[in-house]
Unconditional design. Sequence first.
Length: 268
Amino acid sequence: MAPAAYGLEHAGRLTVAQLRLIPRLDIKAPNLIKGVHLEGLRVVGDPQQFARRYYEEGADELLYIDIVATLYGRNHLADIVSRTVQDVFVPITVGGGVRSVDDVRALLRAGADKVAINTAAIKDPELITRVARRFGSQCMVLSIEAKKIGPGRWEAYTDNGRERTGRDVVTWAKQAAELGAGEILLTSVDAEGTRKGFDVELTAAVSTSVPIPVIASGGMGSTAHLVEVVRAGHADAVAMADCLHYKRLTLPQIREAARAEGFGVRRA
């Protein structure tokens, strides 16, 4: 389901008229987990129960990431997704351990709407094109784990923010868009889990460099952080985890805050 309605203009960039609010569920084996800087992982609970709660609260989409799939060379999310789609009726993006067109096909058959690919795309950028041609660009989400390495410079990482790639994030995002990626999931490893706000500079650098939607992920601790990353970072969607998992905020609260700022959001 491709986000296609445009019309809000911020600093010369057209952004999605309807801001998407996306709960992010990081998975390890059968458990929903959460950490800081993608490390120090703690078990939060049953991902299916959380997914159901977020659906009932009006989530626009759900994001499932198997955070150890690449490490162990597998993806076990097909079973979780197939159970989730029985009573959750919003688009689902699945990432972690997706290495081939066949992996994408299996996840789509299980009920996913989109796949997020990081490591395999770094190793073989043409995989982006193969997935986009076979299933449509709207299905192909490039996942970028970014760490700041200098003023205005970020490096793309893999393996849950552990392995350096030597790729400049902005350059890689541009290349991926040219290869057929339909969306970018942009996770700031530096901000992730801190509740201190998104890396707005990073988000703006990527968003203003590519013609495809960018999902900002990592760091949301308040509704003010969402406002900042949409206004100054030009994010098209916001992924959030800690603030929802621990009930620091609810999706209705976030939605109302976004609406109060004049952002177009779906009525739950």
